[in-house]
Design a protein around this ligand. Structure first.
Ligand SMILES: NC(=O)c1ccc[n+]([C@@H]2O[C@H](COP(=O)([O-])OP(=O)(O)OC[C@H]3O[C@@H](n4cnc5c(N)ncnc54)[C@H](O)[C@@H]3O)[C@@H](O)[C@H]2O)c1
Length: 383
């Protein structure tokens, strides 16, 4: 079978990660598109793409493309994904797939109608230690899940001169911190526990009411703000409490203004017999607490359960990380394009819809200062 032909719209932080993963998975990166033809030309050289498209619209419809990766600012996800699906392409669309639930549902419907693979990179699912945690819950080792708690903390938007297109609600959406990273935390909490969040109460904090900088600045790039001060309408941080369909309670603090924390997704699960803790910045370890003893389980394919070991590419003691998760995710999406074999745990547009519903509930709860029921998921939780 000839290699899949991938094309990538958006060549910033995550577009480059997608390009690497696509190549590692054996695809040809036939082209990229960026905010201008010139930027695309430069990016094509840097990312090893065969050519630069003049626009993302041209890229998503190109005849020689099998899989479109959408890695642009959020407001472009829906029009680009709809155009790609209409052209019969398989789509990997970055989160959030849409800025509201109605648009997210329309993407899911379009993908179903097109009969193609449509995936969303909730890539933290691909850490072997995360799979191990999920196996411990599924196999009954933790006992019934009673509490889910943790945080997702970053600091790259700490100061008034930190800026990015995400801050602007027209480009990033009405929710920033929760939609951007809280969605990852909730996806992971539901994925590991097998529970679904059914009700939640949220409070939002905009600690930096004005920012001075360029909305065009790349994510995580601290280049010093210049220009007019702009009012901020999106949240810097969110606090969410919730109940699940399995009778558990939970809470999460989500923040992009926590000094010193770079990408600290922390998830803790308390079961009747065992508690588990996963820290994205120390992903080689899973903390397993029992009343009699505490074990630090290390990522080692020789000792992990088979479901976790299939994502452990290196021997124990040879650390894997974030990029490896992306590689595993893209490889799995491509495998599901080329074969009918069922895949366990691959995040799809149904999970993108789920994130949009949770974000909508968080915004409604914060606005109305009350508990809000979350719309039921459209699909069964993978696995
Ligand atoms: N899954 C994850 O773990 C993860 C991590 C980071 C970002 N993301 C998502 O990826 C997306 C991009 O985020 P980022 O951090 O890479 O942003 P970024 O600012 O670094 O990059 C955005 C890119 O989009 C390009 N762009 C802007 N307008 C365009 C247009 N009209 N046509 C084509 N390209 C255009 C820019 O040139 C730039 O290359 C966001 O939706 C974000 O939520 C996901």
């Amino acid at each position: 079978m000839p290699p899949l032909r991938a094309a990538i719209a958006g060549t910033g932080f995550i577009g480059a990660v997608h390009a690497r993963s696509a190549r590692l998975a054996g695809a040809r990166v036939v082209g990229v598109a960026a905010s201008s033809p010139e930027t695309a030309r430069q990016a094509a050289g840097a990312l090893g793409a065969e050519r630069a498209f003049d626009s993302a619209e041209e890229l998503v419809a190109a005849a020689d493309v099998d899989v479109v990766h959408i890695c642009t600012p959020n407001h472009l996800h829906v029009p680009l994904a709809l155009a790609a699906l209409a052209a019969g392409k398989h789509v990997i669309c970055e989160k959030p797939i849409a800025l509201d639930p109605a648009d997210a549902h329309s993407l899911l419907d379009a993908a179903d109608e097109a009969g193609v693979v449509a995936a969303v990179p909730f890539v933290y699912r691909y850490y072997p230690t995360v799979r191990e945690a999920r196996e411990r819950v599924r196999g009954g080792r933790t006992g019934a899940v009673r509490l889910l708690h943790g945080s997702y903390l970053q600091d790259w938007l700490l100061r008034p001169d930190d800026d990015n297109w995400r801050v602007d609600a027209r480009l990033g959406g009405a929710s920033r911190a929760f939609a951007d990273i809280g969605s990852h935390w909730c996806d992971l909490a539901e994925f590991v526990s097998g529970h679904r969040i059914v009700r939640l109460s949220a409070r939002l904090l905009t600690a930096v009411p004005e920012r001075v900088g360029s909305a065009g600045r790349k994510a995580f790039a601290a280049d010093g703000g210049q220009g007019e001060a702009r009012p901020v309408t999106t949240e810097d941080a969110a606090l969410v409490q919730f109940e699940t369909d399995g009778g558990a309670l939970g809470s999460a603090v989500v923040s992009q203004i926590s000094a010193g924390r770079k990408n600290r997704l922390w998830l803790e699960l308390d079961g009747a017999d065992e508690a588990l803790a996963f820290d994205q910045e120390r992903p080689e370890e899973l903390w397993c607490g029992r009343r009699e003893s505490v074990t630090i389980l290390r990522r080692d394919p020789a000792t992990l359960s088979p479901e976790a070991a299939r994502f452990a590419f290196l021997p124990g003691g040879h650390p894997q990380g974030y990029a490896d998760c992306f590689d595993a995710f893209v490889a799995e999406v491509y495998a599901s394009v080329t074969s009918e074999a069922p895949v366990d745990g691959m995040p799809t547009f149904a999970d993108g819809v789920r994130a949009a519903e949770l974000t909508d509930a968080v915004l409604a709860s914060a606005r109305e200062a009350r508990w809000v029921d979350v719309v039921a998921p459209v699909g069964a939780l993978a696995g």
